[in-house]
Design a protein around this ligand. Structure first.
Ligand SMILES: Cc1ncc(COP(=O)(O)O)c(C=O)c1O
Length: 397
């Protein structure tokens, strides 16, 4: 049999998606893979039904249906404080997942270096390898997940083509301050690098923190590829609608990559999502309020269970420090947690480049009753239940 690609030897299957399978196997509450267990707004579901009966069944324009791009340009111009042209500044993709891959393939030649903050959303590791780029990891030091300015400058000095910025950040829950973003922007300008943002959680930010768009900082629009999606903002992770916003010269190139990767995002769902993009400000306020309630509810249970964590400033994840359990194999610990406690989490080591094994990540994009049930289960950890020394080692435990 011929050999498969060498590229694929450098990363494994997604640990996050693996934990969803583990969760299903044990009937645990799945707080691993980040997607809601509640429906999107009813108007949106109705709009999808209508789009299907109105005949939107064939390919849309490759880089996004004109109505979708117009609605997106209107909404993002207002949130980002930019004057976006739907015909020049946007390519619509299959989620931010495709957007990030397209962005890296658009800016990087094989072997060029890309800065990735660690801990990082696990796709970025695979994205850099698949695009031929070479990642340079810069630590976000726990528990505050701050970068050290000198470490970042030193990374830029190695000659980089781009920096990947997840803001608000998964898994750390960090929201970068304007000052931090300005520091990154100054380095990108000094070293003539692109910034590729992943802003899927742009509308899930907890007061008093505020989201600042990198592309809106002075001089940064020309060198920023702003990737985001509708997945999290409208609770439609399965619709696979995302986009890149960038300067017209960059978008012209990105459209080529996107065209040959996927041809386009689902036509009827683009049509339906025009409804979401027209939602009033109150929708986003309610979204924030809902997630703030869920976050506070879940953190209350972590407090009660005696589990230390870093308070998330944005997104819907919390990193829990499990040092107390003296666990050295966080993957095995997470399988044990799913099986014996009935709550699935993601082992923190799948997000860190450094050998850090004492964090696990929960997400709280769940109905309050689901969070209460999982919280009650986690309370069993307060007494410090006997955690077997021989935690299950393989995937088929
Ligand atoms: C940081 C981040 N980027 C991208 C995605 C995937 O987004 P999409 O559904 O738009 O592909 C996720 C999903 O969890 C995420 O956490």
């Amino acid at each position: 049999m011929p050999f498969t690609s060498e590229r694929l030897k450098h990363f494994t299957e997604s640990v996050i998606r693996e934990m969803t399978r583990v969760s299903e196997r044990y009937g645990a509450i799945n707080l691993s893979q980040g997607f809601p267990d509640f429906d999107p707004p009813a108007e949106l579901i109705e709009a999808a039904r209508k789009a299907l009966s109105d005949g939107y069944h064939q390919y849309a324009v490759t880089w996004g249906s004109p109505r979708f791009r117009r609605a997106l340009a209107r909404k993002q111009s207002s949130w980002m404080g930019l004057d976006l042209d739907p015909d020049a500044h946007i390519v619509v993709t299959c989620g931010s997942t495709e957007a990030m891959m397209v962005a890296l393939m658009t800016v990087c030649n094989p072997g060029e270096r890309v800065i990735v903050f660690s801990p990082f959303y696990e796709n970025y590791g695979a994205d850099t390898i698949l695009s031929g780029a070479e990642p340079i990891y810069v630590p976000l030091h726990p528990p505050e997940f701050q970068f050290h300015p000198d470490e970042l400058r030193n990374a830029f000095k190695q000659g980089v083509k781009a920096l990947v910025l997840c803001n608000p950040a998964n898994p750390s829950g960090k929201v970068f301050t304007r000052e931090e973003l300005q520091y990154i922007a100054d380095l990108a300008q000094e070293f003539d690098a692109f910034v590729i943002t992943d802003e899927v959680y742009e509308h899930i930010v907890y007061a008093p923190h505020r989201h600042t768009y990198m592309a809106a900082l002075p001089g940064m629009f020309e060198r920023t590829l702003s990737c985001s999606s509708l997945s999290k903002t409208y609770s439609i992770t399965g619709w696979r609608l995302g986009y890149i916003i960038a300067a017209s010269e960059v978008i012209a190139e990105a459209r080529k990559v996107h065209d040959f990767l996927t041809v386009g995002a689902a036509a009827p769902l683009q049509e339906a999502a025009v409804t979401a993009l027209g939602f009033p400000l109150s929708y986003y306020e309610q979204l924030q309020a809902g997630y703030t309630r869920r976050r506070d509810l879940f953190l209350g249970y972590l407090d009660a269970a005696g589990l230390p964590y870093t308070v998330p400033q944005g997104a819907y994840y919390v990193m829990v420090d499990c040092s107390r359990f003296q666990v050295t194999d966080d993957r095995a610990f997470c399988r044990w947690l799913a099986k014996e406690i009935g709550v699935a989490a993601v082992p923190g080591s799948s997000f860190f480049h450094e050998p850090i094994h004492h964090f696990i990540r929960f997400h709280f994009a769940k109905q309050e009753k689901t969070l209460m049930e999982s919280g009650e289960r986690l309370l069993r950890l307060k007494a410090g239940p006997d955690i077997p020394v021989d935690l299950p080692k393989n995937r088929e435990d």
